[in-house]
Design a protein around this ligand. Structure first.
Ligand code: CAO
Length: 556
């Protein structure tokens, strides 16, 4: 008898690791490099492969144990490499005591051939696979059926996966063969000994491997539905090593698309992360999927996500390495800038925008505004065109209440507001913020001007309270002090309109008799075309222009 003691290999610097999975059962035949168990450190998992082909005699560790380099972890009885004969191990199993002379000559002399290409006339029998000892009397749920009827499976391949409150476990096939019936379904609650599946197995293989146990052979009459045929209870003893067919090629092992070679810990991780294990390439022995494979898959998926979609199936702008063209810095965006970016994109994608343009003649307004300068200094208030714009907007919202609405979330109603708060975009070093001038319809120019100064200063000092930025009905974005002929502002949804204001300029305006120099203020009204139609927008803009061009109307 030749027993190989398997020890913990070099752990790559880790002092100790945990045993997180026993990948085979005592008595199982293993090929050289087959994973015996899985170890896990803080950083990685690793399979411990069998150094030899043979039969697992015993584990010297248990799931959950902590081990270090050189610790003995398993005993594997080797196969005589010169003859291919198994070195019989001492167990209580009748099957494992089967004398070598009971073995079919072909299986002994050319096991690989026998396994890979069974004789066409070989008889087959059915093998019922039961739930192994799950260490508890409680029923556990079937969370995954890992094979389909017609699939070829190798002994040890996972047929289905069970999950209790505490752990998941693979139910391995105790035989090699073809799945002819799956008895359990996903969601079933199973106990030790419950029926799982029926395999069609080679009778010659079984007569050798299982020795003393009778099998029903009916290869000629076998139909896919095994329910019509007697089912043979599985053997408890494991096949003698020599009787195990030589392993099929790795392609054959993985020619079944539904066959995922992964342990319970990996399956649990995949489920937690919502990963379909069939899409993960295994880098472990024989393509076994390991935790690192699942993690790499998730990382790759996350990295690829922006390329695939930008929220509405829109292709994202490709990333560019600008440093190839010249020196660059990567600067972190402020919280406000990130929020603004997200809001702008959301509003741009959600709102069908239309922008309506007009000019208001503010020659008289400016003359009046300038006349307020002295009194403003006494009051400590500076009056700019923005105060008149806010007052004119509030008045226009009352005249054309369609602009004081929001679309209800059901998309089938709108909310008509009976209050009038005007948001004012303020340019600050940290980014764009929009404080709200409350009840602007009830305030005069002095009060509105005081609000503008207070809120603009708070905004620039980063001292706005959330309440000062809430409740807006409509937004004003004034770039008049900066410049420009016009722009198309983005609606600050769920508001339905925003007024962009550009720099006023003296322009020649035809008065019916001649061109007269007038101070013209460019106005740009963007609106949500789901709520506002072009007629509403035209009426709103005309009303606004009238108020600004003749501020006496503001007093009415
Ligand atoms: N045309 C010409 N001059 C204008 C003007 C216009 N449309 N609007 C304002 N001005 C003048 C003012 O009269 C003032 O000049 P005086 O002192 O000689 O009277 C000067 O520009 C400076 O104004 P201000 O910016 O200090 O104050 P304001 O009331 O005009 O604007 C505020 C306040 C908060 C709206 C402004 O400072 C601001 O931040 N604007 C940027 C808004 C923005 O970023 N919008 C884009 C948002 S993204 O869509």
């Amino acid at each position: 008898m030749a027993i190989e003691i398997v020890t913990v290999p070099d752990l790559g610097g880790a002092e100790s690791v945990d045993v997180i999975e026993l990948s085979v059962a005592v008595g199982d035949s293993v090929e050289q490099e087959d994973s015996l168990l899985v170890l896990e450190s803080d950083k990685a998992t690793m399979d411990v492969p069998s150094p030899v082909s043979g039969v697992l005699v015993k584990f010297l560790v248990a799931d959950g144990d902590t081990v270090k380099v050189g610790d003995p972890i398993a005993e594997v009885e080797t196969i005589d490499s010169a003859t291919g004969d198994a070195v019989t191990i001492e167990t209580e199993s009748a099957a494992t005591e089967a004398p070598v002379e009971n073995i079919e000559p072909a299986a002994v002399s050319a096991p690989a051939e026998a396994a890979a290409q069974p004789a066409p006339s070989a008889e087959t029998s059915e093998q019922l696979i039961l739930v192994p000892d799950i260490g508890s009397d409680d029923a556990v749920a079937v969370i995954e059926i890992s094979v389909a009827v017609g699939d070829s499976v190798e002994e040890g391949d996972t047929l289905l996966v069970l999950e209790s409150d505490k752990a998941t476990m693979d139910v391995p096939s105790s035989h090699s063969g073809t799945v002819v019936k799956i008895i359990s379904a996903e969601g079933d609650m199973l106990r030790t000994g419950d029926q799982v599946a029926v395999l069609q197995v080679s009778a010659s293989y079984d007569s050798v491997a299982e020795g003393t146990v009778a099998q029903t052979s009916d290869a000629q009459s076998r139909e896919a539905d095994a329910s019509e045929t007697p089912i043979i209870e599985p053997l408890t003893a494991k096949p003698a090593p020599a009787a195990k067919p030589a392993p099929v090629s790795s392609n054959q092992q993985h020619d079944v698309s539904s066959d995922v070679y992964a342990g319970p810990a990996v399956r649990m991780l995949a489920r937690e992360l919502g990963v379909d294990l069939k899409k993960v390439s295994g880098t472990g022995p024989k393509g076994r999927v390991q935790k690192d494979d699942v993690n790499s898959y998730v990382k790759a998926a996350l990295a690829a996500e922006p390329k695939a979609s930008n929220g509405a199936g829109i292709p994202a702008v490709p990333a560019v390495d600008f440093s190839q063209f010249g020196p660059v810095d990567t600067v972190a965006m402020s919280k406000i800038q990130k929020l603004t970016a997200a809001n702008m994109q959301r509003n741009w994608l959600n709102v069908p925008h239309v922008t309506h343009f007009d000019d208001a003649d503010i020659t008289e307004l400016e003359a009046f505004r300038k006349s307020l300068k002295e009194e403003g200094e006494k009051r400590g208030v500076r009056v700019t065109p923005v105060a008149f714009l806010i007052k004119a907007l509030a008045t226009s919202l009352q005249a054309i209440p369609e602009f004081n609405r929001s679309l209800a979330s059901d998309g089938e109603h709108y909310i008509q507001k009976h209050y009038c708060n005007i948001g004012m975009a303020v340019d600050t070093p940290r980014g764009l913020v929009v404080p709200v001038i409350k009840n602007a319809d009830e305030k005069g120019i002095w009060e509105i001007s005081a609000d503008i100064m207070r809120l603009a200063n708070s905004a620039r000092d980063g001292k706005l309270t959330p309440a000062e930025m809430q409740g807006g009905c409509f937004t004003l974005s004034s770039l008049g002090a900066i410049g420009g002929n016009g722009f198309t502002p983005i609606v600050n949804s769920p508001e339905v309109g925003i007024l962009g204001v550009s720099k006023s300029q003296i322009k020649p305006v035809w008065n019916g008799a001649e061109f007269a120099p007038r101070l013209m203020l460019p106005l740009c009204l963007s609106y949500d075309h789901r709520v506002i139609n072009g007629g509403d927008a035209g009426r709103f803009m005309t009303h606004l222009v009238k108020l600004l061009s003749d501020i006496r109307y503001l007093a009415l």
